[in-house]
Design a protein around this ligand. Structure first.
Ligand SMILES: Nc1ncnc2c1ncn2[C@@H]1O[C@H](COP(=O)(O)OP(=O)(O)O)[C@@H](O)[C@H]1O
Ligand SMILES: [Mg+2]
Length: 412
């Protein structure tokens, strides 16, 4: 056998050339073979999830230091230390080195409830329903829903998340894998089919104290066939009001119910919007996202017009509609220009906060989480602080809005 010498490594050419003698490989795939691909993908995702969402199989919420608990309560660290000795609030756990204390999220929230400055929901006043919508994908609807829920719980609120997107990203952020773990019966579908009078059956606890979840699965697509079908058979069927009715009995138990919607004007999205007291539209200041946001409003306007035609006595208004500048990339030259268009177009509706594009949540494991899931960030502290402060401020603005509405409702 010839003795080949190994050549010294050379930088590889930028374009890979294909040997002319090799014919391209054509791999036909039958529809039937898709099932095998789907199974491989789903098994792979399970493996990935097992390794990422340690400890098996659920996510775990972060631990809080004494200083962090004090910051959440807007009080001095010394006061928290003092309170740990009084016997009414959790004493915390000595951390690794034994020098300082750590508190679980549930313990931290006990401190917030006892010591925080947040006005509780007045007795007899119902929680507020907030839908997150935009017909474009990737604008951070799901991230906004999750971070808002987490942010509100750190003000002592109790939140229910409803995942209406068949892609189930919000469920995934809560450590729930749609395909393998969510039965159709655990989603909103039994309510949609009229098999359940309200959504109580579907509420699940999550890894995050203060957040409950109604998960989604791919089966939610069937609502898009069922609702128009039922409507065509029964003209009195109020296809847009099913979710609203299903949520109604839950409003005494939650301060906020946050609904994540799919990136389409689907029947489920219509249900979310018609149920919502408040609507938040995340809009990144990029030209393309701005362009599709204008389509969102024109479709939404068509919907409103036809709803008023179908149901002349429909009495629907929103307590608030807010545009959230999201995924704001300061390094893009177009950002200030498009931000200006957004400010002009949606005057009076743009929240006075911007969510920066951040690398904080872009590491692989954090893709299954948000800024609030990170207890010890390994990158630059400033990067983390900037993102965290933006999300905190956003949650605070919405919380103030909710409290103002509660106060108004209490006076009625
Ligand atoms: N502030 C942010 N900075 C960087 N990436 C973000 C930010 N917000 C969301 N993302 C990422 O953008 C992608 C789309 O976000 P997602 O919330 O799923 O949007 P949508 O629900 O509108 O499709 C996700 O990969 C998410 O992690
Ligand atoms: Mg989404």
């Amino acid at each position: 056998m010839a003795n080949f010498k190994v050549k010294p490594a050379r930088p590889s050419p930028p374009i890979v050339s294909i040997e002319p003698t090799v014919s391209p490989i054509i791999t036909r795939r039958s529809l039937a073979s898709i099932a095998a691909i789907a199974e491989r993908a789903s098994n792979m995702l399970l493996d990935v999830r097992e390794s990422m969402l340690a400890p098996h199989p659920r996510k775990r919420s972060p631990l809080y230091t004494t200083a962090q608990v004090a910051a959440l309560c807007r009080i001095d660290k010394g006061r928290v230390t003092y309170l740990t000795t009084k016997g009414e609030l959790p004493v915390g756990t000595a951390n690794g080195s034994g020098k300082s204390k750590e508190f679980t999220l549930a313990e931290a929230r006990q401190y917030v409830a006892a010591e925080g400055p947040f006005q509780p929901r007045p007795p007899g006043v119902k929680g507020k329903k907030i839908a997150i919508g935009n017909f474009k994908g990737g604008v951070s609807k799901t991230t906004t829903a999750m971070t808002l829920a987490q942010g509100l719980t750190l003000f002592g609120r109790r939140v229910l998340l409803i995942d209406l997107d068949p892609q189930a990203s919000l469920s995934a952020l809560n450590g729930v894998l749609a395909d393998s773990e969510v039965e159709e019966a655990e989603t909103v579908l039994p309510l949609i089919y009229g098999e359940q009078p309200d959504l109580r059956y579907a509420i699940q606890e999550t890894y995050w104290d203060g957040i409950d979840l109604i998960p989604a699965s791919a089966a939610l697509f069937s609502a898009e066939f069922y609702l128009p079908f039922k409507q065509s058979k029964d003209k009195s069927f109020r296809f847009w009001n099913i979710l609203n009715q299903g949520i109604e009995p839950l409003l005494d138990d939650y301060d906020a119910i946050i609904i994540d919607t799919p990136p389409a004007l689907s029947y489920l999205t219509i249900n979310a919007f018609m149920a919502a007291d408040g609507l938040i539209v995340p809009t990144p200041p990029s030209a393309l996202d701005y362009a599709s946001s204008t389509q969102f409003w024109s479709l939404f306007s068509d919907l409103s017009t036809s709803m008023q035609e179908i149901v002349p006595d429909l009495d629907k208004s929103f307590d608030f509609i807010s545009v959230l500048l999201a995924k704001v990339d300061q390094t893009q030259a177009a950002t200030p220009i498009v931000r200006d268009w957004i400010q002009k177009t949606y005057e009076g509706m743009v929240l006075p906060v911007e969510i920066p594009t951040t690398t904080v949540t872009q590491s692989a494991s954090a893709e299954f989480g948000t800024v609030y899931d990170i207890s010890r960030y390994e990158g630059s502290l400033r990067t983390y602080q900037r993102a965290r402060e933006a999300y905190d401020r956003f949650s605070e603005l919405i919380d103030q809005q909710i409290v103002a509405l509660w106060t108004a409702a209490g006076k009625e």
